[in-house]
Design a protein around this ligand. Sequence first.
Ligand code: COS
Length: 383
Amino acid sequence: MTIDSATLQLLLDTLARFVKERLRPLESQVGKDDRIPDHIINEMKELGLFGLTIPEAYGGLGLNMSEEVAVARVFGHTSPAFRSTFGTNVGIGSQSLVIDGTEEQKQHYLPKMATGEIIGSFCLTEPESGSDAASVKTTAIKQAGHYILNGTKRFITNAPTADLFTVFARTNAEEKGSRGVSAFLVDRNLPGIQLSSPYRKMGQQGAPVCDVIFDNVSVPEDKLVGGKENVGFATAMKVLDKGRLHISAISVGIAERLIEDATRYAVERRQFGQAIADFQLIQAMLADSQTDAYAAACMVDETARRRDTGENVAVLAASCKLFATEMVGRVADRAVQIFGGAGYVEDDGIERFYRDVRLFRIYEGTSQIQQTVIAKDLIKRYR
Ligand code: COS
């Protein structure tokens, strides 16, 4: 859907107030406790955040890509763990279903995902299949109306709290590459599913990640996404195209937050008898950060707009993710530099953002994978 601009502005203002008044005061606590408080999760549910991108017909807000990136940017103004709480329902945990699910599958799961009653999670990565996503080894063997799943999925965001896993598994053992992979909707409570302990991570405390182990898990055949075997890899890629734009928008939001914090600090902090903001070497860091963030914002808005017109934006989304996530890494680094010693200790939270943003260059496709996607497309056009 497309909402009118006044309604969108109202939504963005409400969410900006929620971020400022409810989430920002909790950043340090969440960083220490590694947990988002339950009352905040309930407020997120009430605001409809779990259903932002789920179509209205299934109880969500049905935001289009331009609207989604605008919301993601607002959530970039606080710790990314808050966004991650509802992020899998909005993104990789629900979109396989939204994009390629059957009508029955959508009706069964999406309304509950939209309210946050069901948390979705995306199980693609494995111990031996990371960037080479087409090489998944988890198997799904058809047997009497069921698929028997065996394998391990690694570093799965929100798996500790998930009720539904979208699992990518090999249905064709003869085909080692992308053409033998299928997507399944796997309920958490099926026998044979085990979770590892949550990982202790460099950053993004409050966004739980663990491994999911499938040991002879019997999944009814009607849980095959779209009812079609061996097309799961394309589903995963379509989901990731969208996810990459979303992560790019968050990166823009975090860069804006860090520029705001660093500028305020530079204006207040005095050295050599004047505000450090008056030194041109500090100004250069602020100006470079502002320019970086603006460039990424333009890329994200333009790519989202083009996706909304129906254009295939796979390569543009890869460009956005490459630039925006590297950009926020540079901005976070400069923010630490401007804060100096105060940026290195935990009091002002700058070091926490520095650690948090590091993940953006890795998950949903590393910077090097984005470069590969972009270069492959470019070379194909000239060969
Ligand atoms: N949309 C739809 N289909 C796509 C697609 C996209 N964006 N990208 C690829 N495909 C299709 C291709 O058209 C091809 O289909 P055919 O076999 O019918 O021709 C198939 O998928 C295989 O594509 P390709 O040959 O490009 O696959 P590769 O094995 O070379 O891998 C990369 C492609 C490396 C880009 C992919 O494996 C990737 O994105 N890896 C990173 C994984 C990732 O992001 N992991 C994060 C986990 S989630 S946090």
